[in-house]
Design a protein around this ligand. Structure first.
Ligand code: BEZ
Length: 240
């Protein structure tokens, strides 16, 4: 009889749920997650294995962008099912030897979790047996300052992540929270945002009659408004 994911201890956290708690050993000492990250956004991400090329390109990119994420009050935490000494050796190799797309001498200062037992990887649905039984897939969890999972993105082993998209998603989530709006396809700061659909026939009519100032309505259910780029950035990039 084939066992279900629950029976073998795999779980898949969902958007809107509390991030599962764990304590772990990392390259920056022990962490208590998500407790010690309360008040900050966090990107918790997994990679398949140390000393592999796609993962190396990703770590160099994340480490180079760490300051940009910090300006948006977002911390980074990595994980693979390798051990601590492998992590340390890999990060030393990256700093000392690897030059890639103009990045060199790159120091990874954010914590990298050792998870040989796969305890954390299983809690976060990072082990996907159809892809690999022994390696985590490239999972990304964007977690808000209250410890709630707000976005989940999974990539397979062969596909390196798009870091512009991870940053764009973080800024879009923060913008939605700050301004009570939604963001349309491919939104970037400065683009028009979407306001909640009309909740009554009266509001629908008012909007179509142009009675709500500052709105542009394609139809009663699809209205946008402008928020200037500097207004967005001054809210979402402030430290808090
Ligand atoms: C990589 O990071 O290069 C990689 C890791 C596991 C499987 C395939 C590629």
């Amino acid at each position: 009889m084939e066992l279900s994911n629950q029976e073998v201890g795999f779980s898949m956290p969902r958007i809107g749920e509390k991030a599962p708690c764990f304590k772990a050993v990392t390259t920056q000492g022990e962490i208590n997650f998500p407790e010690q990250y309360k008040g900050s956004w966090v990107i918790l991400f997994s990679h398949p294995a140390d000393f592999t090329p796609v993962c190396t390109s990703e770590f160099m990119t994340f480490a180079t962008l760490e300051g940009q994420f910090a300006e948006a009050n977002c911390k980074l935490v990595g994980l693979s099912v390798d051990g601590l000494y492998s992590h340390i050796a890999w990060l030393r190799t990256i700093k000392e030897k690897i030059e890639y797309r103009g990045m060199k001498d790159v120091e990874v200062k954010f914590p990298l979790i050792e998870d040989i037992t796969m305890e954390v990887a299983k809690k976060y649905g990072m082990i996907q047996p159809g892809e690999s039984n022994t390696k985590a897939v490239r999972a990304v969890f964007i977690i808000d300052p209250k410890g709630i999972i707000r976005t989940i993105i999974y990539y397979p082993l062969s596909l390196g992540r798009n870091f512009d998209e991870l940053y764009r998603a973080l800024i879009a989530l923060k913008t939605a929270d700050e301004f009570g709006i939604a963001t349309p396809a491919d939104w970037r700061p400065g683009d028009d945002v979407i306001i909640s659909p009309a909740g009554s026939c009266g509001t629908a009519k008012d909007r179509m009659d142009g009675k709500e100032e500052g709105l542009e309505c394609k139809d009663w259910f699809f209205c946008t408004k402008k928020i200037a780029k500097d207004v967005v950035l001054s809210k979402v990039l402030k430290k808090k």
